[in-house]
Design a protein around this ligand. Structure first.
Ligand code: ZN
Length: 256
């Protein structure tokens, strides 16, 4: 293979890898921002759960105070009943006592409901807090991993960029200019392999004479359809292939 063609192939490999690395370096902070956003939403959820539990406890305290004051009122009414002078007064006190007793029962029912709800809220909160603690730890690990990956990517990018400069400088200037022009035109893909007589980039079948010239690898050739620099990799040598595939005679049935 012509040495400048080998260089062009290497240059394409380097440019492809450099492009991948750049994309990865840009994508990593976005991934981190995404998981931090999810974490933030879970923190808000736990805060809302905690606030719901506090509201429940506050409501219960209010109701308990109300029960206390109703009980005091009940005690007063019972004292007053003792001092009733007429049946009408007695009847009125009893009527009010009944009313207050009903009111206390209602309040106590409401307190029981709140207690049951509070138990559920506490369990939810406990589970959410445990999940959140675990998530925080995972996010920290993920961030650390991303920082390390980013560091590795940057180092590799520097190395590859240096190698690219060397390879580009070793190419004949006219070929380098052609390479850069095709790369811009073809979205980063300037060098294509030929497999089974086709350009793997545009899939056009090569003319026979063109294909034969290309297989000799003596000169740099451009795809007549897409304009890319083409190369041909000869298949593995016969020795490395499956012997059954290469000699059908061995599979022939034995004679009588
Ligand atoms: Zn092509």
């Amino acid at each position: 293979m012509a040495p400048e063609l080998k260089l062009a192939i290497r240059l394409q490999e380097l440019d492809t890898r450099i492009e991948e690395l750049r994309r990865e370096i840009v994508a990593l902070p976005k991934q981190i921002a995404e998981i931090e956003k999810t974490l933030e939403s879970h923190i808000r959820k736990v805060e809302a759960d905690r606030a719901a539990l506090q509201a429940n406890q506050r409501d219960r305290r209010h109701l308990e105070l109300e029960v206390q004051s109703e009980e005091q009122r009940l005690a007063r009414l019972k004292d007053q009943t003792m001092q009733a002078k007429t049946n009408e007064q007695l009847w009125a006190f009893q009527h009010e006592i009944q009313y207050v007793e009903n009111r206390i029962r209602q309040l106590e029912d409401r307190i029981l409901d709140l207690m049951a709800e509070s138990e559920r809220l506490e369990q939810n909160l406990k589970a959410a807090e445990a999940a959140l603690a675990q998530e925080r730890q995972q996010v920290e690990q993920e961030k650390q991993r991303a920082r390390e990956q980013s560091e590795r990517d940057r180092k590799l990018l520097e190395e590859l960029t240096r190698e690219r400069q060397q390879v580009a400088a070793s190419l004949p200037p006219s070929l380098y200019k052609a390479y850069e022009r095709i790369r811009r035109l073809r979205k980063g893909w300037a060098v294509a392999e030929v497999v089974d007589g086709r350009c793997t980039a545009c899939h056009v079948v090569l003319r026979l004479q063109f294909y034969q010239d290309l297989r000799r690898g003596e000169q740099v050739m451009f795809c007549e359809s897409c304009g890319r620099i083409l190369y041909y990799n000869p298949p593995e040598s016969v020795e490395e292939m499956d012997p059954d595939e290469t000699s059908p005679a061995r599979r022939m049935p034995a004679g009588p």
